[in-house]
Ligand binder design. Structure first.
Ligand SMILES: *Cc1c(COP(=O)(O)O)cnc(C)c1O
Length: 418
């Protein structure tokens, strides 16, 4: 229908046809995404209304940030949406990695053991945990680390129970999204199943979930199925593309208190933290988040179908249930991976003429190519695509503030790759 406009935009007839065909096939999937979006929108609206969000909460504090009513209300709204006793929603968290780090350091003491039950955690945690040496790691403070790998993309339930029966695990870390590994992301039913299995043998171990990329993908969040504490970034799902930075931690009140005292200072905890004018953006971002997550999901489903039709290996497939907004594409070819990522950049609203090249990013082991023409630097709820330069040359694509833009971006990338 917009064929002429697409052609003038540099998209060829075959790519337009591929897009049209794919879009027809994914219609029923979109219906389901819209249903989830509607559900989460009700959840968010109710939290705003129950907490009487008003203009006064969009104000700002500087300095220590004592008595910031906007911050207080924001943390109540996030807590309600995530079914948490309490939450910390702060611009003082520099990233998701920082929030995960603060949480781990808050919960663990020398001699304690951290157990990851989803294999090796996200690359940026290597130096935090001490998997890669760092004089400031948890390991340097004598915190032990153990991991149990997934088996066929599911938990090793028996091994986890056996390990817990031996005792002395303080924190279990579970990462839902696949990160930069080749595995499936973990759905909420699986989270529930493993938590039930953990609780059969251990009532006390703290279950912490790296929830990055998973919020609002379904109707339930991990605290609703028994997790103790969850962590995520505000330049991903819950920021709705509006939050300028920050991250959240939500869960049990006593644990949130420990995290707050680690983030600020023992004795100060949650009471300090100036909002510096970002509260309105954080709240507006949360308000937008269900819809932005839906757009990202639709973009991922569209890409999955198109690229599968081109003979590439994709995960998830277009009609598979999704646990996060990430779409992986195996190019099995360094050049194609780079071209696809560069195409995503060329189709971006911002920095469309700065073409990315693979580089040594701090915190990552391999060279990485990152495409993100985003309004917010590093934001990956905006259409972005990155891949570590190692076989099988997999692109990890996510985000899309609007579906129409996401679709056009994917078409541009396919065009550039072909
Ligand atoms: C993005 C991400 C992180 C880290 O978040 P940053 O904000 O990039 O530091 C951690 N874990 C997972 C699974 C992620 O997707």
């Amino acid at each position: 229908m917009n064929e002429q406009a697409y052609k003038e935009y540099g998209i060829s007839e075959d790519v337009i046809e591929l897009a049209n065909k794919s879009e027809k096939e994914i219609e029923p999937i979109f219906k389901n995404i819209d249903d989830i979006c509607e559900y989460n929108t009700i959840k968010v609206l109710k939290a705003f209304q129950d907490n009487n969000i008003s203009d006064m909460h969009f104000g700002s504090t500087t300095g220590y940030g004592y008595g910031d009513v906007g911050r207080l209300a924001t943390e109540k709204v996030f807590a309600q949406v995530l079914n948490a006793e309490d939450s910390l929603v702060r611009g003082q968290f520099i990233s998701g990695t920082h929030a995960l780090t603060v949480t781990l350091f808050a919960l663990l003491r020398p001699g304690d053991t951290l157990l990851s039950i989803t294999g090796k955690p996200y690359d940026t945690l290597d130096e935090v945990i001490g998997i890669v040496d760092n004089p400031s790691s948890l390991k340097s403070f004598n915190v032990n680390y153990e991991q149990i790998d997934l088996v066929n993309d599911d938990f090793d339930y028996e091994k986890i129970q056996k390990r817990l029966e031996k005792g002395k695990v303080k924190v279990i870390e579970l990462q839902r999204s696949k990160g930069y590994s080749i595995r499936k992301s973990i759905g909420i039913e699986q989270v529930q199943k493993v938590i039930d299995s953990i609780r059969q043998v251990d009532k006390d171990v703290i279950i912490m979930i790296d929830n990055c990329y998973c919020e609002f993908v379904g109707k339930k969040e991990p605290l609703e199925v028994g997790a103790d504490i969850i962590v995520g970034s505000l330049i991903k799902n819950l920021g709705g593309g509006i939050s300028p930075n920050g991250a959240y931690v939500a869960g049990r009140k006593d644990l949130i208190n420990l995290v707050a005292e680690r983030l600020t200072a023992p004795g100060e905890g949650k009471e300090v933290g100036p909002t510096l004018g970002i509260t309105k953006s954080i709240l507006q971002g949360l308000f937008m988040a269900p819809s932005v997550v839906a757009s990202s999901l639709k973009t991922a489903v569209f890409a999955s179908r198109c690229l599968e039709k081109l003979g590439l290996e994709v995960s998830p497939k277009f009609d598979e249930e999704r646990a996060d907004i990430v779409q992986t594409i195996n190019f099995n070819d360094e050049k194609k991976l780079v071209k696809y990522c560069q195409g995503i950049q060329m189709g971006s609203p911002v920095d469309s003429s700065s073409i990315p090249e693979p580089w040594d990013m701090p915190g990552y082991t391999d060279k990485v190519i990152m495409a993100a023409g985003a309004f917010t630097q590093g934001s990956s709820i905006e259409l972005s695509c990155d891949g570590p330069i190692r076989p099988p040359y997999t692109a990890f694509m996510q985000g899309g503030l609007t579906y129409h833009y996401g679709k056009i971006g994917v078409m541009k990338a396919i065009q550039n790759m072909l």
